[in-house]
Design a binder for this molecule. Structure first.
Ligand code: SF4
Length: 490
């Protein structure tokens, strides 16, 4: 069976990005631009729902935002001053149009569109209960349980029904919702995924990252707090905290890899954090060398930080082809390996005869790393040392990230020494978990009460994993068979 395979298949992938605008004449066009800036959070499909004061309108398309939503006719089919949008990446359950968000439902109180970043970890449990009560599911998105919970809530007012629904939902959810009168933004009490509030010409904007505000010239107002719900109406913005507060567990991998380096996330500039990570790595894992080379593009800021801290020259020894896009080919090992060369090539002029420190953000499967190392050796490097800007990725993510099966996470089955042999480097070191926390300005990881979610490094999941534990045990792989009807949608 063929399925989408990307040339950078050796990375964890964020599954979704969300955006919303309330009260601007160019709402749909601004949403398309915002989603374009969030494209790194999902490249499989995009959708926008708008409201023109009378009716809702929607457009859902597979492919990149720039390919589908730059068409004037598409934007003209999304009239109105209010719009919400979503970009999605998910291979689980197979891509179908019904899974493209924002999801939309017609309730007794009116239409309701929801765009979700994250994953609901008790979705199947909730789905079974809802089906016993008569709900009929239309998509295979975990997000759909939220719609059914709202529809069946005994409360009268819509906002109370949304709160009622979310109070039984577990996992990670940053939501942007649109009704005929309101735009609602909210984050789960742990605040696992980001969500920011911005403003353009007096119109409130909600977005996964600040880079989506920058592209439309909007100003950043503030982060939506963990457990906060903001309700935007024509009268202004109301902030509520309807959920029991919990210590924040923001996803630490957003800083390592997911978020764009030009975003400000939870008060920290991602680019600066990645340079600090590189500097910390240089302090923890120094090695005599001539040159620091990033694995582009995601390893670049950490490599700059490493080189500065180590007092070594930095140079572009690997050149990235930016025009690869997503390639849809059979994922046999032979062709998977070719995919690396579609994206990267060695720069012989820089590498020949040099002792090279390669800096990458993470190692997931290890297949790409071994090919890149071979490429650098073939270009004449005399030594290749690999430094990784995070700890070994040993556990799957259940909070909105497309993770390979645990058995395919190389660090879950091999020691660091064995990974070093597998990718054939002269030395390999990962940043320690405490080192990652130090790069984030913390003294270290607080034992028993960590400041972030770091479960893919530690296995310390901040919520129960109800569906996963029930069907396969906590260490099982997140196969689609584990959750037969609902897939993760990010
Ligand atoms: Fe982020 Fe990893 Fe936690 Fe998932 S498990 S939310 S990727 S830190």
């Amino acid at each position: 069976m063929s399925f989408p395979f990307a040339a950078d298949d050796d990375k964890l992938r964020e599954e979704c990005g969300v955006f919303g605008v309330f009260g601007h004449q160019d709402a749909a066009a601004l949403t398309a631009l915002g989603l374009h800036a969030l494209q790194h959070r999902g490249q499989e499909a995009a959708g926008i729902v708008s409201f023109d004061g009378v009716a809702f309108h929607d457009e859902r398309h597979f492919g990149l935002v720039g390919d589908k939503f730059t068409n004037r006719a598409v934007i003209e089919r999304l009239p109105g001053e209010r719009a919400v949008g979503h970009v999605r990446y998910s291979t689980r359950g197979g891509p179908t149009e019904r899974n493209i968000q924002p999801l939309f439902a017609g309730f007794s109180g009116g239409g309701f569109a929801v765009a979700h970043n994250g994953n609901i970890t008790n979705a199947l449990e909730l789905q079974e209960e809802l089906q016993r009560r008569g709900s009929i599911f239309q998509s295979s998105c975990d997000t759909e349980v939220i719609l059914h919970l709202i529809a069946t809530s005994p409360h009268e007012r819509l906002v109370e029904r949304v709160i009622d629904a979310l109070s039984v939902v577990e996992g990670a959810w940053s939501l942007v919702c649109l009704t005929s009168k309101k735009m609602i933004g909210c984050r789960d009490p742990l605040g696992v995924r980001p969500l920011v509030l911005g403003e353009l010409d007096g119109a409130p904007i909600l977005a996964s990252e600040t880079c989506a505000l920058d592209i439309i010239g909007a100003s950043f107002v503030r982060d939506i707090e963990p457990g906060e719900m903001v309700i935007v109406t024509a009268d202004g913005i109301e902030s509520r905290r309807p959920f029991a507060p919990k210590p924040s567990r923001f996803c630490i991998f957003e800083y390592v890899y997911f978020s764009r380096p030009d975003s400000i996330v939870e008060g920290r500039g991602v680019y600066d954090i990645r340079k600090a990570i590189g500097a910390e790595l240089a302090r923890e894992a120094a090695v005599p060398a001539d040159l620091v080379v990033p694995v582009p593009d995601s390893g670049t800021p950490a490599a700059i930080g490493y080189a500065e801290a180590a007092g070594l020259p930095f140079d572009l020894g690997i050149i990235r082809n930016h025009y690869v896009g997503r390639t849809f080919i059979e994922p046999s090992d032979a062709i998977r390996h070719m995919g690396v060369k579609l994206k990267h090539n060695a720069n012989r002029a820089v590498l020949a005869g040099k002792r090279v420190i390669l800096v990458d953000d993470s190692i997931v499967r290890g297949t790409t790393s071994s090919k890149i190392v071979q490429m650098v050796r073939d270009a004449g490097a005399s030594e290749v040392h690999m430094r990784i800007a995070c700890p070994p990725t040993t556990h799957s993510c259940f909070y909105g990230v497309d993770t390979p099966d645990k058995s395919k996470l190389i660090a879950s089955r091999l020691s660091i020494a064995d990974i070093q042999d597998f990718i054939k480097v002269d030395s390999l070191q990962f940043l320690s978990l405490d080192g990652l926390y130090r790069a984030l300005g913390e003294a270290g990881r607080r034992a028993g009460a960590p400041q972030f979610c770091d479960a893919c490094f530690s296995g310390d999941y901040p919520t129960r994993l109800a569906d996963q534990e029930r069907f396969a045990g906590p260490d099982a792989e997140p196969e689609p068979t584990v959750v037969p009807l609902l897939v993760r949608t990010g």
